[in-house]
Design a protein around this ligand. Structure first.
Ligand SMILES: CC(C)(COP(=O)(O)OP(=O)(O)OC[C@H]1O[C@@H](n2cnc3c(N)ncnc32)[C@H](O)[C@@H]1OP(=O)(O)O)[C@@H](O)C(=O)NCCC(=O)NCCS
Length: 218
């Protein structure tokens, strides 16, 4: 018999995770429902799965494993802290790895992380907890992706890159080998990062630089 899986947050990422689980990304699990803070979603269904309540109702599902599906890493971090106060430990989180994403021996993927179709890990890659890698992300030798980071579709990391906690790397951005993306930093889609990016900054462009906004006309 399959084990119940409850997805926390019922947005776009939850639907992608649901699709991946249906394709075999969490062997032995079946998605039983979703928990979302939007009370308007209670009692509705998302792609055929019921919204069972809010994250505060997690105690009603003591036998279910969980995956936090908020798209922003900071939101996943907040939800994990909230659920921890309700007694949810690391042992309650499933890891979702699409069957089209082989994880070689010597690579590590932390609990609660989601690797969608076509992600490549070459060798000695460490992926932390509650990390999300969208389709076709490429992680190469000795990369470290810290907890709650989000790598959008097509991101490519050179060897020995460190992606800090809850950092967000936009679609098809790339990072030069041995560079570090700081905690909570945002790297814009299409950027090429060629030096370390400080924590909590937003950089974009080729080569990536701090994002500046055009002056509003007077
Ligand atoms: C970098 C990013 C976070 C900036 O968003 P923002 O703070 O809302 O910025 P704005 O859209 O107001 O743009 C500010 C300026 O930066 C420019 N800009 C925005 N994104 C850029 C990018 N990726 N590369 C280069 N320039 C960019 C804009 O053209 C604008 O320039 P202007 O002031 O000269 O007109 C966003 O554009 C981005 O790249 N997000 C990632 C999207 C993504 O990968 N989504 C995946 C969903 S799964």
């Amino acid at each position: 018999m399959s084990k119940a899986l409850v997805l926390v947050a019922a947005g776009g990422l939850a639907r992608e995770v649901l699709s991946a689980v249906r394709a075999g990304a969490a062997p032995g699990h079946e998605v039983a429902g979703l928990l979302d803070d939007d009370l308007g979603k209670a009692g509705t269904t998302v792609d055929g799965v019921p919204v069972l309540g809010t994250p505060d109702d997690v105690a009603e599902h003591p036998d279910a494993d969980l995956v936090i599906c908020a798209g922003r890493g900071a939101a996943r971090r907040d939800l994990a802290a909230r659920l921890a106060k309700l007694g949810v430990g690391d042992d309650r989180y499933a890891t979702v790895v699409h069957p089209a994403t082989p994880v070689p021996a010597g690579c590590v993927v932390g609990v609660g992380s989601v690797l969608l179709a076509g992600v490549v890990l070459t060798t000695a890659v460490t992926v932390g907890r509650h990390v999300v890698c969208m389709p076709h992300v490429t992680l190469t030798h000795d990369d470290v992706v810290e907890d709650f980071a989000t790598l959008a579709a097509g991101v490519a990391l050179g060897g020995g890159v460190i992606v800090g906690s809850a950092a967000y790397l936009g679609m098809r951005s790339s990072v030069r080998e041995r560079c570090r993306v700081g905690d909570d930093a945002v790297l814009g889609m299409g950027a090429a990062l060629v030096e370390d990016q400080p924590a909590r900054t937003t950089w974009a462009g080729v080569p990536a630089r701090p994002l500046t906004r055009r002056e509003e006309p007077k």
